[in-house]
Design a protein around this ligand. Sequence first.
Ligand code: ADP
Ligand code: MG
Length: 677
Amino acid sequence: MDNIIGNDITYLHGVGPKKAALLNRLGVYTVGDLLRLYPRSYIDLTNKSTFAKTADDGAKHAYSVIILTDPSKSIIRKNLTLFKFRVTDGQDDALATIYNDRYTAMKLHRGESCILYGRVQYKKGFIMQSPQIIDAGDASQIRPVYPQTAGLSSKAVERLVRSALTECRPFLTDIIPLRIRMEYGLCSYQSAIEEIHFPKAMQSVAKASNRLIFEELMIWQIAMGALKTRIKTETGAVCRQDFTPEIISRFSFELTNAQKRAVKQISDDMSSGKCMNRLLQGDVGSGKTAVAVAAAYNAAKNGFQTALMAPTELLAVQHYNTVAGLLEKTDISLELLTGGTTEANRRRIYAGLADGSTDIVVGTHALISKGVEFNNLGLVITDEQHRFGVAQRGALAARGHSAHLLAMSATPIPRTLALTVYGDLDLSVLDELPEGRQKVETYRIDSSKRIRAFNYIKKHLDEGGQGYIVCALVEENDSQLLAATEYFERLREKYFAGYSLGLLHGRMRPAQKEQVMSDFAAGKIQLLISTTVIEVGMDVPDAVIMMIENAERFGLSQLHQLRGRVGRGTRKSTCILVSDSRSELTTKRLNAVCRTNDGFEIAAEDLKLRGPGDFFGVHQHGFLPFSIADIERDIKTVELSHEAAELLLSEDPALIRSEHRGMRDAVERAMKRFESA
Ligand code: ADP
Ligand code: MG
């Protein structure tokens, strides 16, 4: 029998070109991909709730109910039909509503029982809006909920997964050797896959996912290890002469001692012949950019090109401006390459990079993607969010570039995480702020004081200052952006009529964003309403006040970084955290941010209060190719799998034994992904 796991998804019965295209949208191309499309949650029918016990708790539950009335239909407007019916859970009645779904409504009849799954609210009675309706006769007790896409429901995905599982069962072999599985208490691969899709009890989900996370991380760590070895044996761009004193003397300020130390460490690395692999860690405002510019200047003068990557276009633009300022009146040629770059410019810049006439290019991480050819790339600098620069470094190495890597971050990373993720990474710390910086006074208020806070902000604007109001969006999706836009309109028309306001969010076109940002930097916009796109890097000296809505939704380090956008000049600055949360934990966390301006202390506090799982708050790191692992949430497993990987490699460094063949293949696939990244 042939192993069908690698087969195209159309191999499965019932998957034609149309369904395949839908599955592709979920990242599923092969039968194996489908098995790795894990449920995002489960409907637990083994544990039925009552309305009274769970109303307003914000979570979804299953309720076993009897229908009391046939659904009644009312047409609200064109294309919006509402069906209402009453149900009882045996103790209380509730009103359930369904929108538009005539087909489902028709199937519901008085006196029948069914299971409703969703949230219950209490508003003069229990209400369930758009619950999922599950046939009471449905046998399976815990149901997976899959990622869906228009035209492909969770239910449809479930059916396909079931059939894929049946066909693949004989091929679900373990790539983690038995003795390692025993040592770390990992279940077999086959049972992990079965239980993650169709668990018999909720407890087995944790066991199954732990096993799959472990495996994914182990593969990744072995692949990273191989890349690191490759990097280590490479010679880096050798910068024979140290040109950093030359550029430093041109800066308009004196470097702090910490900056001087970092510059020295970097230029030593760059002259050593080995590839630099260094993390530059420093709190917001500690002046990482100046250090980076010194390194890039040094590379340029030694004949090497530098790519400086920012996490967003917005920040790339700002970095470009900063770098341009610091390199003023030098003969270094600098370019900005973003999604907003015109086609003609793009072609010109590509040519300059290919023939070596461009020394430094600033942009997003697309900069080092395949297709961008460098003449002599010698230094890659990544800023924020690209904490996992090693992966990118690996991608470059795999394509034959032996560039030095300097990763910059304002987020203090716990030592163990840094070690397992970056391996043999060296560390430079900017533990000193430039002189004259003032503490940003930080207060927490609840929304009843919001109007007073608005007046306080106005006072600052009247005195010539600028300000930010930051909205927390869980995701930048349509409905949330709509809320932010409405909020902005309300501020503009009501509370801040007569002032000039700007709106900035992640869905705007790069050119729009750039316009808003440069208007703000130029003082044309007094108050900027923004989502978290301003999180890092925005540098506007007149910005003296910031208000953060729903502050409890942010990670502490993220709040601290946001706050770092004010207090960049010499004026006293203020940050107001708005939160109505009554939770004791939230109060403790927000108090920590109010109490201190030390990013390292805040990070430590965050770790203590929330545990490492939430360390970095809400964010995404698109580069890492994981389907289930999360480096930050799974920090413990990162360490354990690292240990296991070392154990395996110590016995069989090249993984040539037959029982390691599966692991070797998996590692090779992972390396290919780096190379094509
Ligand atoms: P971050 O480390 O947060 O990236 P930046 O590099 O953006 O900080 O620097 C913050 C601000 O401080 C910039 O306006 C920069 O020009 C300025 N700066 C950097 N180093 C010094 C210094 N040694 N003395 C005074 N100002 C400095
Ligand atoms: Mg910065």
